[in-house]
Write a protein that binds this ligand. Structure first.
Ligand SMILES: C[S@@+](CC[C@H](N)C(=O)[O-])C[C@H]1O[C@@H](n2cnc3c(N)ncnc32)[C@H](O)[C@@H]1O
Length: 154
Protein backbone atom coordinates (compact mmCIF):
# COMPACT_ATOMS: atom_id res chain seq x y z
CA UNK A 1 0.00 0.00 0.00
CA UNK A 2 1.26 3.47 -0.87
CA UNK A 3 -0.01 7.06 -0.62
CA UNK A 4 0.63 9.40 -3.56
CA UNK A 5 0.27 13.19 -3.36
CA UNK A 6 -0.61 15.04 -6.55
CA UNK A 7 1.34 18.33 -6.70
CA UNK A 8 0.91 19.13 -2.99
CA UNK A 9 1.03 22.83 -2.15
CA UNK A 10 0.93 23.06 1.66
CA UNK A 11 4.14 21.80 3.32
CA UNK A 12 2.54 21.25 6.74
CA UNK A 13 0.04 18.80 5.20
CA UNK A 14 2.75 16.91 3.35
CA UNK A 15 4.85 16.75 6.54
CA UNK A 16 1.85 15.33 8.41
CA UNK A 17 1.30 12.70 5.71
CA UNK A 18 5.01 11.79 5.71
CA UNK A 19 4.77 11.23 9.46
CA UNK A 20 1.63 9.12 8.92
CA UNK A 21 3.48 7.03 6.34
CA UNK A 22 6.46 6.54 8.64
CA UNK A 23 4.28 5.45 11.57
CA UNK A 24 2.14 3.04 9.52
CA UNK A 25 4.90 1.68 7.27
CA UNK A 26 3.37 3.14 4.11
CA UNK A 27 5.59 4.47 1.31
CA UNK A 28 4.84 7.94 -0.05
CA UNK A 29 4.97 9.16 -3.64
CA UNK A 30 5.25 12.89 -4.34
CA UNK A 31 4.11 13.88 -7.82
CA UNK A 32 5.90 17.09 -8.82
CA UNK A 33 5.75 19.99 -9.16
CA UNK A 34 5.09 20.60 -5.48
CA UNK A 35 4.30 24.12 -4.34
CA UNK A 36 7.31 24.12 -1.98
CA UNK A 37 10.77 22.67 -1.67
CA UNK A 38 11.08 19.28 -0.01
CA UNK A 39 13.67 20.89 2.25
CA UNK A 40 11.01 23.41 3.40
CA UNK A 41 11.23 24.22 7.13
CA UNK A 42 7.46 23.90 7.63
CA UNK A 43 7.47 20.42 6.07
CA UNK A 44 10.30 19.33 8.36
CA UNK A 45 8.56 20.82 11.37
CA UNK A 46 5.37 18.85 10.61
CA UNK A 47 7.22 15.64 9.71
CA UNK A 48 9.75 15.91 12.58
CA UNK A 49 12.40 13.19 12.68
CA UNK A 50 9.80 10.67 11.45
CA UNK A 51 10.87 11.62 7.93
CA UNK A 52 14.12 9.71 8.53
CA UNK A 53 12.07 6.51 8.97
CA UNK A 54 10.18 6.84 5.71
CA UNK A 55 10.50 5.54 2.18
CA UNK A 56 9.57 8.34 -0.22
CA UNK A 57 9.77 8.51 -4.00
CA UNK A 58 9.55 11.67 -6.08
CA UNK A 59 8.13 11.62 -9.62
CA UNK A 60 8.87 14.50 -11.98
CA UNK A 61 5.35 14.52 -13.43
CA UNK A 62 2.04 12.67 -13.32
CA UNK A 63 2.95 10.98 -16.61
CA UNK A 64 6.20 9.63 -15.14
CA UNK A 65 4.38 8.46 -12.01
CA UNK A 66 1.60 6.80 -14.01
CA UNK A 67 4.04 4.98 -16.31
CA UNK A 68 5.93 3.62 -13.28
CA UNK A 69 2.64 2.60 -11.60
CA UNK A 70 1.21 0.89 -14.67
CA UNK A 71 4.45 -1.07 -15.20
CA UNK A 72 4.25 -2.20 -11.58
CA UNK A 73 0.64 -3.34 -12.24
CA UNK A 74 -0.70 -1.40 -9.27
CA UNK A 75 -4.21 -0.01 -9.02
CA UNK A 76 -4.72 3.76 -8.73
CA UNK A 77 -7.36 4.63 -6.13
CA UNK A 78 -8.32 8.32 -6.19
CA UNK A 79 -9.72 10.03 -3.12
CA UNK A 80 -12.13 12.68 -4.35
CA UNK A 81 -15.23 14.41 -3.04
CA UNK A 82 -16.68 13.83 -6.55
CA UNK A 83 -16.74 10.02 -6.13
CA UNK A 84 -19.99 8.08 -5.89
CA UNK A 85 -18.60 5.29 -3.72
CA UNK A 86 -17.78 5.59 -0.02
CA UNK A 87 -14.35 4.37 1.10
CA UNK A 88 -16.17 2.26 3.70
CA UNK A 89 -17.73 0.20 0.87
CA UNK A 90 -14.54 -0.22 -1.17
CA UNK A 91 -12.58 -3.49 -1.33
CA UNK A 92 -8.90 -2.54 -1.10
CA UNK A 93 -5.99 -4.57 -2.44
CA UNK A 94 -2.66 -4.87 -0.61
CA UNK A 95 -0.71 -3.05 -3.34
CA UNK A 96 -3.18 -0.22 -4.03
CA UNK A 97 -1.87 3.33 -4.43
CA UNK A 98 -4.13 5.91 -2.76
CA UNK A 99 -3.91 9.20 -4.67
CA UNK A 100 -4.77 12.49 -2.98
CA UNK A 101 -5.32 15.77 -4.82
CA UNK A 102 -3.73 19.16 -4.49
CA UNK A 103 -5.10 21.21 -1.59
CA UNK A 104 -6.15 24.14 -3.78
CA UNK A 105 -7.63 22.27 -6.74
CA UNK A 106 -7.80 18.48 -6.34
CA UNK A 107 -6.74 16.71 -9.55
CA UNK A 108 -7.44 17.65 -13.19
CA UNK A 109 -9.99 15.66 -15.25
CA UNK A 110 -7.31 13.62 -17.06
CA UNK A 111 -5.91 12.37 -13.75
CA UNK A 112 -9.44 11.68 -12.48
CA UNK A 113 -10.02 9.60 -15.61
CA UNK A 114 -6.86 7.51 -15.09
CA UNK A 115 -8.00 6.22 -11.69
CA UNK A 116 -9.11 2.58 -11.47
CA UNK A 117 -11.33 3.38 -8.51
CA UNK A 118 -12.66 6.68 -7.09
CA UNK A 119 -13.77 6.89 -3.49
CA UNK A 120 -14.93 9.55 -1.05
CA UNK A 121 -15.21 10.04 2.67
CA UNK A 122 -18.90 10.88 3.00
CA UNK A 123 -19.52 14.24 4.65
CA UNK A 124 -22.49 16.24 5.85
CA UNK A 125 -24.29 18.16 3.11
CA UNK A 126 -23.09 21.66 2.33
CA UNK A 127 -19.48 21.23 3.50
CA UNK A 128 -16.71 21.25 0.91
CA UNK A 129 -13.90 18.87 1.91
CA UNK A 130 -11.68 17.46 4.62
CA UNK A 131 -8.08 18.47 5.12
CA UNK A 132 -6.01 16.29 2.78
CA UNK A 133 -4.02 14.68 5.62
CA UNK A 134 -7.21 13.85 7.51
CA UNK A 135 -8.73 12.23 4.40
CA UNK A 136 -5.50 10.27 3.89
CA UNK A 137 -5.49 9.04 7.49
CA UNK A 138 -9.11 7.89 7.44
CA UNK A 139 -8.77 5.93 4.23
CA UNK A 140 -5.32 4.41 4.77
CA UNK A 141 -6.49 3.18 8.17
CA UNK A 142 -9.41 1.30 6.59
CA UNK A 143 -7.30 0.07 3.66
CA UNK A 144 -4.59 -1.34 5.96
CA UNK A 145 -7.19 -2.87 8.27
CA UNK A 146 -8.95 -4.63 5.39
CA UNK A 147 -5.74 -5.98 3.91
CA UNK A 148 -4.20 -7.04 7.22
CA UNK A 149 -1.33 -4.59 6.91
CA UNK A 150 -1.69 -2.52 10.07
CA UNK A 151 1.64 -2.53 11.91
CA UNK A 152 1.88 -5.09 14.70
CA UNK A 153 2.68 -2.22 17.07
CA UNK A 154 4.59 -1.99 20.30
C1 LIG B 1 -8.72 20.15 0.28
S1 LIG B 1 -9.11 18.85 -0.79
C2 LIG B 1 -9.22 19.61 -2.38
C3 LIG B 1 -10.35 20.50 -2.58
C4 LIG B 1 -10.42 21.04 -3.99
N1 LIG B 1 -10.99 22.33 -3.97
C5 LIG B 1 -11.18 20.13 -4.92
O1 LIG B 1 -12.08 20.61 -5.60
O2 LIG B 1 -10.89 18.94 -5.03
C6 LIG B 1 -7.58 18.02 -1.06
C7 LIG B 1 -7.72 16.57 -1.32
O3 LIG B 1 -8.15 15.91 -0.12
C8 LIG B 1 -8.89 14.75 -0.46
N2 LIG B 1 -10.22 14.86 0.17
C9 LIG B 1 -10.66 15.85 0.96
N3 LIG B 1 -11.91 15.59 1.40
C10 LIG B 1 -12.25 14.39 0.86
C11 LIG B 1 -13.43 13.56 0.94
N4 LIG B 1 -14.49 13.91 1.67
N5 LIG B 1 -13.42 12.41 0.26
C12 LIG B 1 -12.35 12.03 -0.49
N6 LIG B 1 -11.22 12.77 -0.59
C13 LIG B 1 -11.18 13.93 0.07
C14 LIG B 1 -8.95 14.70 -1.98
O4 LIG B 1 -7.93 13.86 -2.46
C15 LIG B 1 -8.71 16.15 -2.36
O5 LIG B 1 -8.22 16.28 -3.67
Amino acid sequence: MRIALYQPDIPQNTGTILRLGACLGVEIDIIEPAGFSLSDKALKRAGLDYIDHLKMQRHESFAAFDTWRAQAGRRLVLLTTAAQQSYAEAAFRPDDILLLGRESAGVPPEVHARADLRIKVPMRAGLRSLNVAVAAAMVIGEALRQTGQLPAGA
